[in-house]
Write a protein that binds this ligand. Structure first.
Ligand code: NAD
Length: 359
């Protein structure tokens, strides 16, 4: 089988980091014999400049015809003044919608070699952690009915979830846990919210009937926010609603200490997903060979694992990244205080490629 990958580099440092990630996938192909076909499409500010829209139909069609999508980042000051419906970020929302992506996977872990960058207390950081937040992406309060009264002095937002919406994201969480350590924590506010009570019932029913091999527990969202700081090693997979996931995933990524290392995936009901680093287009460092490519490289590893089921290949990429970091190689964003011998983005990519060839 040849896996068709749509590369959507986007703006700013997007092309640099997706370029590095595709080179890594080529090295994986050489070492393991799996085959990839790459096709590049424009989205974001660069598409606006060329086609007058942030998400051209050609890009949508190309992504739909692919087995998965690897995206860099979109946006930048050049397009800050364009009308709202033309903003580069609209390309992300549009792609998620067109590809039917309703779940967001955000891993957060401590690379042992970078434990000192972690903002947690040293004794907590020393235990390490490796968690995955599975967030519902297209429902809940962000998409519910909202408004103001006539006087404009009161406002409301509504949260609503159906069993079907809850089950499809929970299913993704259970499947993800089966590829990890077999533990799901469902996060809700069932002591207050009716949607949370339905959430909890539905997740448990699904767990008992279809995933009895996965350990399932529940946690209130306020407690989960505390535990991510007090004892993140408790968690394997967290599954939660759109708003709670939005907040908890930013919290979890911040405690790891570096934005240049963190990957993400958006998935739907098929195996096709959209994989992207969590950082933006970093216009301040674009074109200077400073950008850390690791977040994009780890996004490609997630693609291997979650869309293509290539676990050995994904392990090899993740191990290569862990090894270069253990060797002490650092780009500017992850250098220790006072460290001056940091390397360029292209040198970081080269080091990862060498490890993949050698390990
Ligand atoms: P940003 O993530 O682009 O940058 C924040 C800071 O982190 C900057 O100092 C940047 O230099 C640094 N940084 C980011 N990625 C890095 C990397 N790989 N290596 C080293 N340093 C890195 O966030 P921002 O500055 O708030 O936004 C810049 C633009 O990106 C805006 O137009 C914003 O809308 C857009 N954005 C896009 C996405 C996306 O495409 N998913 C996400 C967030 C922001």
């Amino acid at each position: 089988m040849i896996y068709k990958i749509a590369i959507v580099p986007g703006d700013g440092i997007g092309p640099e980091v997706t370029g590095a990630a595709s080179d890594v996938l080529k090295a994986v192909s050489e070492r393991f014999g799996c085959e990839f076909e790459f096709n590049e499409y424009l989205a974001g500010g660069c598409a606006l400049d060329k086609y007058g829209v942030p998400l051209p139909q050609e890009t949508i069609d190309g992504c739909l015809a692919s087995d998965s999508v690897l995206l860099g980042a979109v946006g930048g000051p050049k397009w800050d003044a364009v009308p709202n419906h033309m903003r580069p970020e609209k390309a992300l929302l549009g792609l998620r919608k067109e590809l039917g992506l309703f779940t967001n996977l955000r891993p957060a872990s401590i690379q042992p070699a970078l434990a000192d960058a972690c903002v947690l207390r040293p004794d907590i950081a020393a235990k390490g952690f490796d968690l995955m937040i599975v967030r519902e992406l297209t429902g809940g309060i962000y998409f519910g009915d909202r408004g103001r009264n006539e006087a404009g002095d009161a406002a409301y937002d509504t949260e609503s979830y159906s069993v079907a919406e809850i089950e499809r994201v929970a299913r993704r969480a259970f499947e993800t846990a089966r590829k990890r350590r077999g533990h799901v924590t469902s996060v809700d506010k069932a002591n207050v919210l009716e949607t949370s009570r339905l959430w909890r019932e539905s997740v448990h029913r699904l767990g008992e009937t279809e995933y009895p091999d996965v350990r399932l527990d529940d946690m209130y969202v306020d407690n989960a926010a505390m535990q991510i700081i007090r004892d993140p090693s408790f968690f394997d997979v967290i599954v939660t609603s759109n708003m709670f996931g939005d907040i908890l995933s930013d919290e979890a990524s911040q405690v790891t200490g570096s934005i240049g290392l963190l990957a993400s995936a958006s998935l739907g009901s098929s195996s096709r997903g959209m994989y992207e680093p969590i950082h933006g287009s970093a216009p301040d460092i674009a074109g200077k060979d400073i950008a850390n490519p690791i977040a994009a490289i780890l996004s490609a590893a997630m693609m291997l694992r979650y869309s293509f089921n290539l676990a050995e290949e994904a392990d090899a990429v993740e191990k290569a990244v862990a090894d270069v970091l253990a060797d002490g190689l650092r780009t500017a964003d992850i250098k220790a205080p006072g460290q001056t011998d940091f390397i360029k983005g292209s040198e970081m990519k080269k080091a990862v490629l060498e490890k993949i060839g050698r390990n």
